[in-house]
Design a protein around this ligand. Structure first.
Ligand code: GDP
Ligand code: MG
Length: 441
């Protein structure tokens, strides 16, 4: 889905975080790359510039929070601004304790009938029963189409083969499903695009008469940014509650469509991502953008970073950076990392970090950490404070206590020395080097 936009954004990010130095120049370059990717996906020029201006300003001005590399912080800014642009995390919810009537509007071929089948399936997965009223009296074979979509999944369809008055069918259908106690009733409608005015008039009347609990508008994403005017036109005739954007599989202009619709202030509830009945996704802006730019779940990462920040972290870090690291500090880092979950998982949450480290290295660190924990626990407090005290007889004692070999203890002491120097030298700048020194060979 949205392959071109995704690849464009991810390549820009990859290039950006690959820079040795994050400075004004690399940020400006990044902004240009982003603009190119967005414009190529038919995102409206004005919106592209609004977005990238915000990202650029924040990237240049904002103070980077403790413990997060600047490059990650800037990718996070992009993530936040893109999510904002795509709207709130409003999810569709059924009204409680009543039969919900949903009217589905949209022009012909936008994917109404298909989406209704998908919605019925979605509801049944949530244990809601669904009835569908087939009120597209214009398209030949419409009733057959919707029946063949719905009936294999036990979604009941109400239709009248020879009735041409849609409102009549809908009224009868609503009565039918009332007796039938369905949780949800979805109404499929006509969507001729010729005689548009007449159609719009009909829809207006329909909405007034039926008073649905929710009105969904179906928009075909292949029309790109034109979807903005389409959703505005429909909004004028009916109180649209939410939007389903279809055909996002393979639509080159899909990104433009999504952003344009969100820009009208409408809630996007679902995405159609294929022709099959299961190809429907709930739309949640933050989750969607996270996936789009391939950064995993940054919220989770930030929460974890926050959780692990202990008192006086600033002071402690300063001390470590100035070369006064005790083995207790190293031990604490290990413990914190364990608390945060496996390193591999953490690295996946940091944009770009997992690309920097081969799988094998990550496995090595995790194995070593287990070992080192036992070794450090067998040291006295004095030894932990000043590891230089640890001579060969102390090594023998620690080896016995921890059940590890003397060689492993010497290895740890070497790592400790290296990490200490490295922290001092690089001020923690280079993640790759840090992980290497921590034990990835
Ligand atoms: P309606 O006229 O609005 O009821 O549109 P239909 O539901 O009949 O869909 C029109 C065409 O679009 C059909 O061929 C559908 O299979 C196709 N379609 C609908 N939704 C999607 C989607 O999300 N992805 C793809 N690839 N095709 C879709
Ligand atoms: Mg149809």
């Amino acid at each position: 889905m949205l392959d071109k936009l995704r690849d464009g954004l991810q390549n820009s990010i990859k290039k950006f975080i690959g820079n040795d130095n994050i400075d004004e120049e690399s940020i400006k370059e990044f902004i240009k790359d982003l603009q190119r990717s967005l414009l190529q996906s038919d995102v409206n020029v004005k919106l592209v510039f609004e977005l990238t201006k915000k990202v650029e300003e924040r990237a240049l001005k904002e103070k980077v929070p403790m413990g997060i590399p600047r490059r990650d912080h800037i990718v996070k800014i992009l993530y936040e601004e893109l999510s904002n642009m795509l709207g709130s995390d409003n999810k569709f919810e059924l009204k409680k304790d009543k039969q919900n009537i949903i009217l589905v509007l949209g022009i012909q071929g936008s994917g109404k009938t298909t989406s209704i089948g998908k919605l019925g399936r979605y509801m049944s997965k949530k244990n809601y029963s669904t009835g569908v009223i087939a009120a597209d009296t214009f398209r030949p074979g419409a009733l057959e189409q919707i029946k063949s979509l719905c009936e294999p999944f036990k979604i009941e369809v109400y239709g009248e083969e020879n009735e041409s008055n849609a409102i009549k069918i809908i009224r009868n259908g609503i009565d039918f499903f009332k007796k039938n106690t369905k949780d949800v009733v979805i109404i499929d409608t006509t969507g001729r695009h010729k005689e548009e005015e007449k159609l719009m008039g009909e829809m207006k009347q329909l909405t007034k008469e039926i008073k649905p609990d929710n009105i969904f508008l179906v928009i075909d994403s292949t029309i790109g940014q034109q979807s903005e005017s389409q959703s505005k036109a429909f909004k004028e005739i009916a109180p649209i509650g939410g939007i389903i954007i279809t055909k996002l599989d393979g639509a080159a202009k899909g990104g433009g469509a999504l952003i344009a619709v969100a820009n009208t202030g409408a809630s996007i509830f679902f995405l159609g991502t294929g022709e099959r009945i299961d190809d429907l996704e709930e739309f949640v802006a933050t989750r969607f953008v996270g996936r789009l730019i391939g950064m995993g779940d940054i919220q989770t990462l930030l929460q974890r970073v926050k959780d692990m920040q202990i008192e006086n972290q600033d002071v402690k870090l300063q001390r470590i950076m100035s070369g006064k690291m005790t083995i207790t500090d190293l031990y604490e880092q290990l413990e914190q990392m364990n608390k945060m979950g496996s390193i591999k998982k953490i690295m996946e949450l940091i944009p770009g970090a997992s690309n920097q480290l081969p799988e094998k290295d990550l496995d090595n660190i995790e194995k070593n950490m287990e070992k080192w924990k036992f070794i450090i626990q067998s040291m006295t407090n004095q030894e932990k404070q000043d590891p230089d005290l640890i001579n060969s007889s102390r090594i023998k004692r620690i080896a016995k206590g921890s059940g590890r070999t003397e060689k492993e203890i010497k290895e740890l002491l070497n790592r400790y020395k290296q990490s200490k120097q490295m922290f001092k030298a690089s001020k923690g700048r280079n993640m790759r080097q840090l992980m290497k020194k921590l034990g990835a060979n």
